[in-house]
Design a protein around this ligand. Structure first.
Ligand SMILES: Cc1ncc(COP(=O)(O)O)c(C=O)c1O
Length: 463
């Protein structure tokens, strides 16, 4: 007998699940041939979502059908092989499938008592990630949304730890009147570090900025004197060039003076798993805290940031909370390691991604995407265009000439739909960024994308 959705709770929604699975499969099977940028008509049709708050319930299957009909066409095909925007990874099949299962579980990963499986998977993946990135095995960490939040978590912990050494409890006393802390960043610091610093009360303009070289690496000959009240933010993988700061020297110099070293390694740290690229990441393991993303190079899907701290007690002192109703566990409690309390069990997809790849699969992914980046750089140079960076890992910067021409080429490449890249300005020069970050990219994708880029760039130059 049909139920009245207005008065009864919804059923378990089996039909909606079947429909979602069918539509999702159709989407997944179509990505190889989809336009990367959605059509203007599909984006315009999103206006149909703007209805007043529905006054009565809808059938779950109808909800899913509408979502697919309006939503799917208006996505960027980031899971295909020809999306090279920002540093957005794709999503491995095991991660996607695990995400479906995890959604069915709907676990709250705040406390072990709320979800034993979420707590256990977090511990497992934190161990695996530390091993993969060459970090000390006894680090503590938290699973957060993104590298921005991971940077914030780590920098808030650094703030807590350095002030605690001065006898100042920042959780209780705040930053007003606290002993001053000096923060040092490179000139090509990622904007997320500056945001994290502002959230942590340091003030973006109060930082000391160290000159960078042509690839964005902090110049070690320009370092100021530090103290045990300094935080030095270094970078493993510049968002534009992929360059790595000279970590070995920077960590030695900072630690000699008692400073805290934080690494923004949103994507670059993962190069550590490859014997071919491992030398670039050497020395970063000597730092005190690290931020990285598993939704970038490891292709674990959104959202999957990790904050890792050498001194677990410092992380817990900064992030832990207490309340009478929160059962204190004798084992690691996830919520004492992150700014969030309630949150989804994002360790599930990360576990599935790393389990499905294994070390050799992750290494192959890293090396394959770097090889594709080289293929892009060679192809563009052979066609007469200037590659602005030393292509160390998976990032390529190409200029098509004057800034307005470069911008027009990018616009037309996006409109063409074969592939998708975004722009940047690198040390005063306009450029297009190609970030090869997806497991799904093949050599054929690179050739097809190169052909589209070169054809469009030549057309724009001819005008
Ligand atoms: C070096 C670096 N740090 C931080 C971030 C921010 O990452 P998220 O968007 O996950 O916060 C990025 C993003 O590309 C990055 O490349």
């Amino acid at each position: 007998m049909p139920s009245d959705p207005g008065t009864k709770p919804q059923s378990q929604g089996g039909d909606a699940l079947n429909l979602a699975s069918e539509r999702a499969r159709r989407y997944v099977q179509g990505v190889a041939e989809r336009r990367v940028k959605p059509s203007e008509a599909a984006v315009a049709a999103l206006a149909n979502l703007r209805e007043p708050f529905p006054s009565s319930p809808s059938d779950p299957s109808e909800v899913i059908a509408r979502l697919d009909e309006l939503g799917s066409p208006a996505t960027l095909t980031t899971t295909g092989g020809r999306y090279f925007g920002f540093v957005n990874g794709g999503m491995l099949p095991a991660a996607l499938a695990a995400n479906w299962l995890a959604a069915a579980w709907n676990q709250n990963a705040a406390l072990r008592v709320m979800s034993p499986v979420a707590a256990e998977l977090e511990e497992v993946v934190l161990g695996w990630v530390c091993e993969a990135l060459g970090l000390p095995p006894d680090c503590a960490g938290g699973l957060v949304t993104c590298a921005t939040m991971a940077n914030f978590t780590a920098l808030a912990t650094a703030r807590h730890a350095l002030l605690a050494r001065e006898g100042w409890n920042v959780n209780e006393a705040g930053m007003f009147g606290a002993p001053p802390i000096e923060v040092v960043v490179g000139a090509e610091v990622h904007a997320s570090i500056l945001k994290a610093l502002s959230l942590a009360g340091f003030g973006q303009k109060r930082v000391t900025t160290i000159e960078a070289d042509s690839q964005g690496r902090m110049r070690k000959d320009k370092l100021p004197r530090l103290s045990k009240r300094s935080i030095v933010c270094i970078q493993a993988g510049n968002v534009n060039t992929g360059a790595f700061d000279p970590a070995e020297e920077l960590c030695a110099w900072a630690h000699e003076q008692g400073a805290w070293v934080h690494v923004d390694g949103a994507f670059g740290l993962w190069a550590r798993v490859s014997p071919r690229y491992e030398h670039l990441v050497r020395g970063f393991e000597k730092a005190d805290s690290w931020a990285t993303d598993a939704h970038k190079w490891p292709n674990a899907g959104y959202d999957s940031g990790l904050a890792i701290v050498r001194d677990g007690a410092a992380l817990r002192a900064s992030m832990g909370i207490a309340a009478a109703y929160l059962e204190p566990g004798s084992r690691r409690e996830p919520m004492h390691h992150t700014p969030e309390a309630s949150r989804r069990a994002r360790g599930v997809e990360l576990w599935a991604a790393l389990k499905s790849l294994g070390r050799s699969g992750l290494c192959a992914l890293i090396e394959r995407t770097c090889a594709h980046a080289q293929q892009f750089a060679r192809g563009l140079q052979e066609a007469g265009f200037a590659v602005l960076n030393d292509v160390m890992i998976n990032q390529v910067l190409v200029s098509f000439g004057r800034p307005d021409v470069t911008r027009e080429v990018i616009r037309r490449i996006q409109e063409d739909g074969t592939c998708w890249c975004a722009g940047t300005v690198w040390q005063g020069q306009s450029a297009m960024r190609i970030s090869v970050s997806s497991w799904a990219t093949t050599e054929a994708d690179v050739k097809r994308s190169l052909a589209s880029m070169i054809r469009i760039a030549r057309e724009c130059r001819a005008v």
